[in-house]
Ligand binder design. Structure first.
Ligand code: ATP
Ligand code: MG
Length: 167
């Protein structure tokens, strides 16, 4: 378990990496690798078209942390909570937002200020209201698989990315 990220400290330069995921298992596997570097207060945002694999990756991450429950898209509930030892993990999906203000109207900002881990699908639908992530993943269709671009925006995100490469 690492220290809470200091979101006021941007890294000297954003570190990023691009990988190719041939199938669903590989995308879940990347999630599992990222799990090794997850700590309190971290925010991971996942961008990408419908069916690009955001939920699949989050499922792999949660499974690796020991979540046994079914991990399904929280589209209707907006957020699903998973508790692993002393870590609260919130899985959000803002696809259904019709306007960015819904994020504040629904009282969700609170979640992003605490020690909970925030995993967000469709972050762009919340507009500017969302604070900066530690890691941003962009998934895109590439042939039969997916291209996944991972970008770290904080030292906590950089650490998580570095650990995933060793995992
Ligand atoms: N390389 C791959 N990585 C992930 N999923 C893949 C891959 N190749 C095929 N798939 C398939 O694509 C689908 C991905 O679905 P998933 O629910 O993870 O997408 P999503 O990005 O969360 O979509 P949504 O925006 O609707 O929430 C699954 O049916 C999965 O089997
Ligand atoms: Mg999804």
């Amino acid at each position: 378990m690492t220290h809470p990220p200091d979101h006021s400290q941007p890294p000297a330069k954003a570190h990023w990496t691009t990988l190719y995921s041939p199938d669903e298992g590989a995308t879940a596997g990347l999630g599992a690798k990222l799990a090794a570097g997850i700590g309190p207060g971290m925010r991971i945002y996942l961008r990408g078209d419908l069916g690009s694999g955001k939920t699949t990756l989050i499922r792999g991450l949660l499974r690796a942390l020991g979540v046994k429950d079914t991990v399904k898209s929280p589209s209707y509930a907006l957020v699903e909570l998973y508790v692993v030892s002393r870590l609260n993990l919130y899985h959000f999906d803002f696809y259904r937002f019709l306007y960015a203000r819904e994020f504040e109207d629904a009282g969700l900002a609170e979640y992003f200020r605490g020690a909970g881990v925030c995993l967000v699908e469709w972050p762009e639908r919340a507009g500017d209201a969302l604070p900066r992530p530690d890691l941003e993943l962009s998934l895109a269709y590439a042939g039969a698989g997916r291209e996944i671009r991972v970008k770290a925006y904080s030292t906590a995100g950089e650490r998580c990315l570095a650990k995933s490469k060793d995992a």
